[in-house]
Ligand binder design. Structure first.
Ligand code: HEM
Length: 202
């Protein structure tokens, strides 16, 4: 039987492929994105993860509390990377607003879909980590977020998916809600990537 996490992957994989084909994602993955673009992604992600982490902490529904863990936080990594790169943690950024609004208006169950997308993206980040380090001449500093959980990235993702499936496997009422939320998140990440790319051109 296909697990719910596999169904979700299938339901969003085309959107994932599109992200990789957008100029921003494509240059990032090839190591040809200007440093300014890399920094702007970290700045946007800092605001997005800060909002997501606050939202996950503030809701106490059972399903979310079984999936959300403090060890999933990414803001300290993003903050440290920005400091290493001599860049600011911005307090607002128009390009990130779509995702921030999505998080703000999400019900706790919908937050699980958003969490899936950003936690899963660590799998891709870890694959791109060596390219990012080479492109910007970084080692540990400045590339903490992209390093993900290092050699434990896949096992952590498997644990996340196991909890995720345990919570949602038989919940046919909430499954479509989580799928729709993950799809909206991918849609908003595409909008973010397009905006960050446009900013680089101006
Ligand atoms: C821009 C270049 C990107 C590349 C090259 C990339 C690449 C990858 C790779 C190699 C995987 C692992 C696939 C596997 O072994 O199962 C992955 C997984 C994933 N990525 Fe990306 N990724 C990119 C961007 C993103 C972004 C921006 C997001 C969302 C914010 C994202 C969300 C995900 C998710 C949710 C998964 C897990 C899919 C699953 O197993 O259910 N990716 N990515």
């Amino acid at each position: 039987m296909t697990s719910f996490s596999e169904q979700l992957k299938i339901a969003t994989w085309l959107q994932h492929e599109k992200l990789e084909q957008l100029p921003f994602g494509n240059h990032l993955a090839k190591g040809t994105l200007p440093l300014k673009g890399y920094i702007s992604q970290l700045q946007a992600y800092y605001l997005i993860h800060r909002e997501l982490e606050q939202a996950c902490r503030s809701h106490s529904i059972l399903q979310l509390s079984m999936i959300w863990r403090e060890e999933l936080v990414k803001t300290p990594l993003l903050k440290a990377d920005l400091e290493d790169l001599g860049a600011e943690c911005l307090e607002e950024m128009p390009a990130a607003q779509g995702l921030i609004n999505l998080i703000k208006k999400s019900q706790p169950i919908e937050l699980i879909g958003i969490l899936y997308v950003f936690e899963g993206s660590i799998m891709g980040a870890a694959v791109m980590h060596p390219t990012v380090c080479q492109a910007y001449q970084l080692s540990e500093k400045g590339a903490r977020y992209f390093k993900g959980y290092g050699s434990q990235t896949r096992s952590k993702w498997n644990t996340f998916k196991k909890n995720f499936d345990k919570v949602l496997e038989n919940d046919i009422i909430n499954q479509p809600v989580v799928i729709a939320s993950a799809q909206q998140t991918f849609e908003q990440v595409a909008i973010l990537f397009a905006a960050l790319w446009d900013n680089l051109q101006s």
